[in-house]
Design a binder for this molecule. Structure first.
Ligand code: FAD
Length: 493
């Protein structure tokens, strides 16, 4: 039961006009979140899934990657002899069993997939295995093993997710040249691996492979690494996660041609001129260049829906699918398939909001308040705008922007833990105290960011945040310190 929420009871009909109130295509985190919310609000719900329950996050994304990162993190701590010595600990010999690390990840995937499936079954959600395709705005065909069944629903929600994008010229063999789908199996440890793409997936794998003793080269087409991060955090991350770990980096370069084999041959070209600059011969290549929506063959064209250039489904802010710029009242889409913020918790949030809108609400998602994290060691997290984005908005809307920083090296808990590398950066309006963005790199940054996300979601200004008492000694005091500094600089009386 939800606290503080008024349940919306749909109109009861004598003979149902539809098989279901809601039919969801895709049982990833987005579809799952929508299904459990729909059931809680009294909707008869079914979910169509063509592959494994749980989608990308559970099977090929968040969960297995975090399991591998957990092993990588533990290994780093054990390898950090200096910090261990300062704590009065010495470790004689560390042994890594690659197959054991891989099995740990797979075991967690199996457990969470089972939990998720059972949670749907327990709630009475009908699971329909097969390929779902829209026949009309209230009818879906489900095809399994050559057999087609037609299912009707008052509302249809598309939550079909995404798959890795592989740039032209790169040949995937799944053994020596692969995407995250195969990398997560950790079927071998290449002595030298090139990672194409420096987004969060590339960074997390660089963390895993370097911890496991592999040599890593990172290739980024844009002119700086980690282009989506705030520049201060990107700089720190580059030093701590790449330079100090001897990760070789190429920026402004594209892997123009990658040929699998032993060795894998990587032709590096200037990203602008496409002129061939260098040829690398490595043991493996991980392609982490982004993801494309899984929206082919869903019957959208027959409904007159035009996907965008990359295949994302156009939607209103309320998640109605758009046909010629007009919302289709019974067809909805969320998650990676719409591409607004390709994260698991964003997909789940969109699913909940879409369901409420089906029942007559008019809700939207506040993306400014949705945090994101890279689970490297140390972690990186952020919510809201980067400093350049905030400056740009400030110029456009004529308001001042300021930023303060606080450092983990001044935090007692971080010092005691021997994890004093890191910073928190708070970007805000000095005239009102409004929080515009928060960026953290340091131990447990992915957990610490939630306070800032809550503050942005509830529009709590820095002067109020500065008065909230934080437990001592905890890492949360890193943000406390930054909020206090920010509140001292406010220009309004
Ligand atoms: P998906 O999870 O992709 O699910 C879509 C489902 O639809 C799939 O099961 C698919 O089989 C099914 N499907 C597709 N077409 C049809 C059809 N026609 N009929 C029936 N079924 C269909 N996000 C985070 O928030 N935190 C992280 O730490 C994180 N780590 C990640 C690490 C990696 C390596 C990757 C690749 C991604 C990571 N993500 C992370 C992103 C996250 O996994 C996605 O944003 C999330 O899974 C999107 O959820 P979704 O429900 O939109 O789609």
């Amino acid at each position: 039961m939800e606290i503080g929420y008024t349940k919306i009871i749909p109109k009861v009909e004598e003979k149902p006009l539809f098989d279901y109130d809601l039919l969801i295509i895709g049982a990833g985190v987005g579809g799952h979140g929508a299904a459990i919310h729909a059931v809680a609000l009294g909707m008869k719900t079914a979910i169509v899934e063509v592959a494994e329950m749980g989608g990308t996050c559970v099977n090929r994304g968040c969960i297995p990657s975090k399991a591998l990162l957990a092993a990588a993190g533990r290994l780093r701590q054990l390898q950090d002899k200096e910090t261990l010595k300062a704590l009065g600990i010495s470790v004689a010999q560390i042994q890594v069993d690659r197959a054991g690390v891989a099995a740990h990840a797979q075991g967690i995937v199996t457990k969470i997939r089972g939990d998720l499936t059972r949670s749907l079954e327990r709630l009475g959600v009908t699971i329909l295995p097969g390929w779902g395709k829209l026949v009309d705005p209230q009818k879906v065909s489900v095809t399994q093993g050559g057999k087609e069944t037609l299912v009707t629903a008052r509302h249809i929600l598309i939550a079909t997710g995404s798959y890795p994008w592989v740039p032209p010229g790169i040949e995937i063999d799944g053994q020596t040249v692969f995407t995250s789908d195969d990398a997560l199996k950790l079927s071998w440890l290449p002595p030298w691996i090139a990672i194409v793409g420096s987004g969060y997936i590339g960074l997390e794998f660089a963390d895993i492979y370097t911890a496991l003793g592999c040599e890593v080269t990172m290739i980024e087409a844009l002119d700086r690494l980690m282009p989506s991060f705030d520049p201060d955090v990107a700089r720190l991350a580059q030093r701590v996660l790449l330079t100090e770990r001897d990760v070789e980096t190429y920026v402004g370069m594209v892997a123009q041609k990658v040929t699998p084999g032993k060795p894998v041959v990587v032709e590096l070209a200037d990203a602008q001129t496409k002129e061939l600059k260098e040829v690398l011969e490595v043991d493996a290549v991980l392609v982490a260049t982004g993801r494309l929506p899984a929206t082919e063959n869903l019957g959208l064209e027959s409904l007159g829906v035009q996907r965008d250039r990359r295949g994302f489904i156009p939607v209103t802010p309320q998640f109605n699918v758009l046909k010629n710029g007009e919302p289709l009242p019974t067809v909805w889409a969320i998650g990676d398939a719409i591409g607004t913020m390709m994260l698991a918790h964003a997909a789940a949030a969109q699913g909940r909001v879409a369901v409420e809108n089906m029942l007559g609400q008019n809700k939207t998602v506040n993306y400014r308040a949705i945090p994101a994290a890279a689970f490297t060691h140390p972690e990186i997290s952020f919510v809201g705008l980067t400093e350049p984005q905030a400056q740009e908005l400030g110029q456009k809307e004529q308001f001042p922007v300021a930023a303060v920083r606080s450092y983990f090296k001044g935090n007692s808990k971080a010092i005691a833990e021997g994890e004093a590398e890191g910073l928190a950066k708070v970007i805000y309006r000095p005239d009102t105290g409004e929080l515009l963005g928060v960026h953290i790199m340091g131990a447990h940054a992915a957990d610490l960011i939630q306070e800032a996300a809550a503050a942005i979601a509830t529009q709590t200004p820095v002067q109020t945040l500065a008065e909230i008492v934080h437990t001592h000694p905890t890492l949360t005091e890193v943000l406390d310190e930054a909020f206090k500094r920010a509140s001292l600089t406010l220009t309004r009386s």
